[in-house]
Design a protein around this ligand. Structure first.
Ligand SMILES: [Zn+2]
Length: 283
């Protein structure tokens, strides 16, 4: 029997999340002959429409937005050479507090066990060795990202697999530079205070983003794949809020976003930490 190829599964909330958070590792591991599976949980219907029209504004047709974003996602997967794209197809729930959160059938209102069972079916089918998703805050508090985290951890529980599970994160040391670069480019971007003062009413709302460097377990250098990551993000051209990364140009984009960082939360390999490879201990 032929040896089964190593497999990476990334579970994301919306079309375009795969490019920003894991575009580097998807491209890198595909280039190394590893099978890559992208699971996108929602249809992105609460994203921008053509010309940057926002949900709820005249001219925003959620069905048309979902169809356009599905095409963009296909193009991004081609750029990253993703082996298999799986769409769970739940309606996008929109940002926390939007009325779309509570629409019947939205990802946010779907019972976790129900969606987790579907994801568990994909885990049994593809038998990934590594799964990547978000932390319990969904990285930045979006309901669909939180839900993607919940169903992934429940599916891992159901299947007792894979060998390694990771949550995406960013090093706090890099966030100042990130903010500075974006301000230079004229992009409004408030670097969240890692330890907001609860007494201050100007403290940013929402969960803290990123981790202190010493808590990050896994640093993967994907700079050689920066151009593919850039192309994948560019494929989601309809999403104005993500285009700002592209203003950096390929070189600065790669310098700033070329090392992808993770927190290892499950491991049966015993690979020592910190590590520089999601497949350390598996090959
Ligand atoms: Zn998202």
């Amino acid at each position: 029997m032929a040896e089964r190829p190593l497999t990476l599964m990334a579970v994301h909330a919306h079309p375009d999340d795969e490019a920003t958070g894991t575009g580097g590792v998807l491209a890198k591991y595909a280039a190394e002959g590893i099978t890559t599976v992208l699971v996108t949980c929602t249809d992105g219907r609460c994203g921008d429409g053509p010309g940057g029209v926002k949900p709820g504004e005249p001219g925003h047709d959620p069905d048309a937005v979902a169809a356009m974003r599905a095409e963009e996602l296909e193009a991004a997967c081609a750029a990253l050479k993703v082996s298999h794209l799986e769409l769970l197809g739940y309606p996008d729930s929109g940002m926390m507090g939007w009325s779309t959160n509570d629409v019947a059938g939205s990802f946010w209102t779907t019972p976790v066990p129900e969606a987790a069972e579907r994801l568990a079916g994909l885990i049994r089918q593809y038998q990934p060795d590594v799964i990547v998703t978000y932390d319990e805050n969904g990285f930045y508090g979006h309901p669909d990202h939180i839900q993607a985290h919940r169903i992934t951890m429940a599916a891992v529980e159901l299947t007792g697999s894979p060998a390694k599970v990771y949550w995406t994160t960013v090093p706090r040391s890099g966030m100042e530079e990130f903010g500075r670069t974006l301000r230079e480019l004229g992009v409004e971007f408030d670097v969240p205070d890692p330890e907001p003062d609860p007494a201050s009413d100007t403290a940013p709302q929402g969960p803290p983003i990123g981790l202190p460097d010493e808590e990050i377990t896994t640093w993967v250098d994907t700079r050689a794949y920066g151009s593919q990551k850039y192309d994948a993000l560019a494929a989601h051209a309809s999403q104005g809020e993500n285009i700002f990364f592209l203003k950096m140009g390929r070189e600065r984009f790669t310098a700033l976003m070329g090392v992808e960082t993770f927190l290892r939360v499950r491991d049966t390999t015993g690979a020592p930490l910190p590590e520089d490879d999601l497949f350390a201990g598996l090959r």
